[in-house]
Structure formats: C-alpha cells, structure tokens
Design a binder for this molecule. Structure first.
Ligand SMILES: [Zn+2]
Length: 375
C-alpha cells in the first residue's frame, strides 16, 4: 500500500542565498497573482487557455524560467480547483506570502552523498544543507519525492516535501491489542484497551470553542453586509483549520499511546442519524457537524504508519449492551445518572465507558472469529 506524508525540512541558507531565495519566491508569488487575476476575469481553468495568454507575460515581467512559469500556472489552477470544490464559487486566491512550488528533479533535486538540496532560483541553482532529523526514514530506498513547497517562517526557510513510500499493512492475525474508541460530545473520545485501561479525551474545550464560533457567525449574519459575509467565510475557514488541528492532535495521541499491533475500533458513523438520535437537541450542532470523517482519515493514515489498523463496526446497541454478559436492553442505561447497570448480571459502570468497552469487544471478535467456539 502506498502512503504519502509531507516532510517539513528546515534548510540552512547563507545571507546571499537568503536574498536570492526571497527574490525568487517573491517573483513567483507575484507571478501567481497575475495568473490568478487573469483566471478570475476569464473564469476558465483550461491549462491551454491560461498558458496561451499569460505564459510569456509571466516570463518577461518576472524573469521566471520556463519551468517555473509552468509551475506557477499549475499552482494557481490547483488553488482555484480547491476553492471551487470547497466553496462552490469563484473566489480569487491571493498569494500574499513569498513562496514557490518546486517540481522534483526539475526545480529541485537531492545530492544524497552530501545531503544537499539543489534548488532552482532566478540566479541559477543553489545548493543548501538541510536538517534530516526525525525524517531519516523518508530518505531510504523506495521513497519518492513529489512537488515541494518552499516557504519561509520567522526568517527561516523550509522545504515541504511530499514523500511517497510503500507500506506493509498490519494483518488482522497480527493484532495483539484492541482499542475501542467511542466518539461523542462530553468526551471527544473515550478509549478502552486490552489491558482494561480507559482514557477520556475531554470534549468541553471543543464544545466551548464551537459555541463561540457559532455565536460569532450569528452576529455577522445579522449585519448582512458584503464585508460581514467575507468575515463569515474567513471565520469558517479558521474554524475548519482549528478542527483539523484538534483531530490531528487527538489522532496523534491515540496512535502514539498504543503499541504496534493495535487495532482501533470505531463506530461507523456514515448514517449520521445514529449520532443525532443519541444527543440532546442543544448539542446537535456541536456533534453532527464535528468532522468525524476527518478524524477517521487522520487516525487511519497515522495508524498505518505505526503498524496499527482501524476498523469500523455498526454503532447499533453499543451504548445499551452489557460489555460483560452481552445482555442488551435500553433500561441497562440510566442517562440521567450517567450510570450503566446491567439488568441481567448487575454489572455497573459509568456509562461513558460502555460504548468504548463494547467497541473493544467487537474488535476482539473481529480478530478472533472463533472466540465463541473456543470457550
Ligand atoms: Zn451483564
């Protein structure tokens, strides 16, 4: 199975190189803005028509080499495609920060023997050392580099290099630990593992922040001016970035806190009604629009990297079933007291753990299909 990650490599540059890189990145961003304006006027994303009109102006005005001008057209077209997909309307992307896209083996290459990147600039190629620390595994045989982004932050320079490599997926028979993950509102996630350990990921900071964003949007909607509409959009983007970051941190903690050979078991939330049925009305906005799918994706690719697996199971009865004896009854659960008490065997527990315990049990069943026969 192929996996792609982005290695964020800090490159070391001398002062003269710094100037060359910045000049080149500025020329590149300026050229992108010119192309962006052109596309916005024409509303035409066909590479051929953009190329015909702006390729030479871009090369002359900004002194870009032919391949840089090509990259620049590709960058802008890509930005428009993303915007059209997400926002469903023509919004002109602005390239305000100096940056540059570099095609592998054309705009940048690697001198493996001396650990140097060779980067194309307006003044020809320059060679720069970089810090490999933490990314050593991406420089081994069989790793392929893609189009990198050169960016600058706090006066330092970074190459964001997408690295694609083959990864061997963990097989179900190799699973040595199952972790049930129950997602919700009070707790972003509750986990239960094969050692019987429960971990709660507090959801209240997320709930508060989402309520804050919602209030902000409601205020702006009341204003109803073009500028308030723009602000609504930028608030939405900020909220999305923040949510993706929370998901990044939660999935990172989940994969790092469990060993290789772990199977994570989640509820399959594709039928989102299953979630809405379980939550109070005032929590619905928080719960339903939380990007669970994004968390699943992030968890899946991070797990893959750690030789772990993710499986989804039907969410039916996971909160009503007794994790000890399997007895399923609605009355097992007292929502008001947040208490689970099995009507058959008398097992009692805080009800927030029950979902995770049942998901853990379903995970064990997935890996040992004959568990019942063996008993
Ligand atoms: Zn029971």
């Amino acid at each position: 199975m192929l996996q792609t990650v982005t290695a964020k490599l800090k490159i070391s540059v001398s002062d003269p190189q710094k100037k060359i890189l910045l000049d080149t990145m500025r020329a590149y961003s300026d050229a992108c803005n010119l192309v962006s304006e052109f596309v916005f006027r024409r509303r035409d994303l066909k590479r051929y028509s953009i190329h015909k009109e702006v390729y030479y102006p871009v090369r002359e005005k900004y002194r870009l080499k032919s391949q840089m001008a090509e990259s620049c057209i590709r960058t802008v077209a890509g930005a428009y495609k993303t915007i059209l997909e997400n926002q469903k309307e023509w919004i002109r992307p602005v390239f305000s920060r100096p940056q540059m896209d570099l095609v592998w083996n054309r705009d940048y290459s690697l001198d493996r023997r001396n650990d140097l990147f060779s980067v194309n600039t307006l003044e020809g190629r320059i060679k720069v050392p970089f810090r490999k620390q933490g990314y050593e595994r991406y420089f081994t045989e069989g790793c392929r580099f893609g189009t990198a982004k050169l960016v600058t932050k706090h006066g330092m320079f970074f190459l964001h290099v997408p690295v694609t490599y083959e990864i061997e997926e963990l097989k179900k028979e190799e699973v040595t630990n199952a972790v049930g993950i129950d997602r919700g509102i009070r707790f972003l996630a509750v986990t239960y593992d094969s050692q019987g350990k429960t971990v709660f990921y507090d959801g209240s900071p997320v709930k508060q922040k989402r309520a804050h964003y919602k209030a902000l949007r409601t205020e702006l909607q009341k204003v109803g001016t073009p500028s308030s509409r723009r602000r609504i959009r930028s608030v939405g983007q900020r909220e999305n970035r923040w949510m993706r970051d929370v998901n990044h941190r939660v999935s990172k903690a989940l994969t790092e806190n469990h060993p290789e050979g772990t199977l994570f078991v989640l509820e399959d939330l594709r039928g989102i009604r299953a979630v809405t049925e379980r939550v109070r009305v005032q929590d619905r906005y928080v719960s339903v629009s939380w990007p669970y799918y994004d968390l699943e994706q992030k968890l899946t690719y991070k797990a893959l990297r750690n030789r772990q697996l993710v499986e989804k199971v039907s969410p039916r009865y996971t909160s009503q079933t007794c994790p000890k004896c399997g007895h399923t009854e609605k009355q097992n659960r007292n929502k008001r007291l947040r208490l689970f008490c099995c009507r058959q065997c008398g097992y009692r527990s805080n009800d927030d753990r029950i979902g995770a315990m049942n998901l853990h049990r379903l995970g064990i069943e997935l890996t040992v299909p004959d568990a019942d026969a063996a008993e």
